[in-house]
Design a protein around this ligand. Structure first.
Ligand SMILES: [Zn+2]
Length: 112
């Protein structure tokens, strides 16, 4: 049995067949807001992905859920940047930890 795809109107919750762009009951647009893929928007997303890693994942998820290829690519790039950012953070922390430990050992004569 084939399942009929239906969209439920967010405003009046009347259901309409999926190709409809507007609610037949109240006229509200049923198309999902299309996310911007402009260069400016991409830069913002990449910066957020890099400097505020968890927020970047949220953006990435929103973009990957879009249907067009460009948005998906932006989402994947945002995830890649997030991963790189986390890797750099861990690497920096490890290096910092090591130098603090060495410095501490030198000062105290302990061997942590
Ligand atoms: Zn409606």
């Amino acid at each position: 049995m084939e399942k009929q795809l239906e969209i439920r109107c967010p405003a009046c919750s009347a259901s309409s067949p999926s190709p409809a762009n507007f609610c037949p009951n109240c006229g509200r647009s049923l198309r999902r807001a299309i996310l911007s893929t402009s260069a400016q928007k991409q830069i913002v997303i990449y910066l957020i992905s890099f400097f505020l890693a968890p927020l970047g994942l949220w953006f990435a998820w929103k973009y990957i859920k879009q249907n067009d290829r460009k948005s998906k690519t932006i989402g994947i790039a945002a995830i890649a940047l997030t991963v790189i950012s986390v890797a750099i953070t861990i690497w920096t922390m490890a290096a910092l930890y090591n130098s603090i430990r060495q410095w501490f050992n030198l000062l105290t004569g302990f061997n942590l």
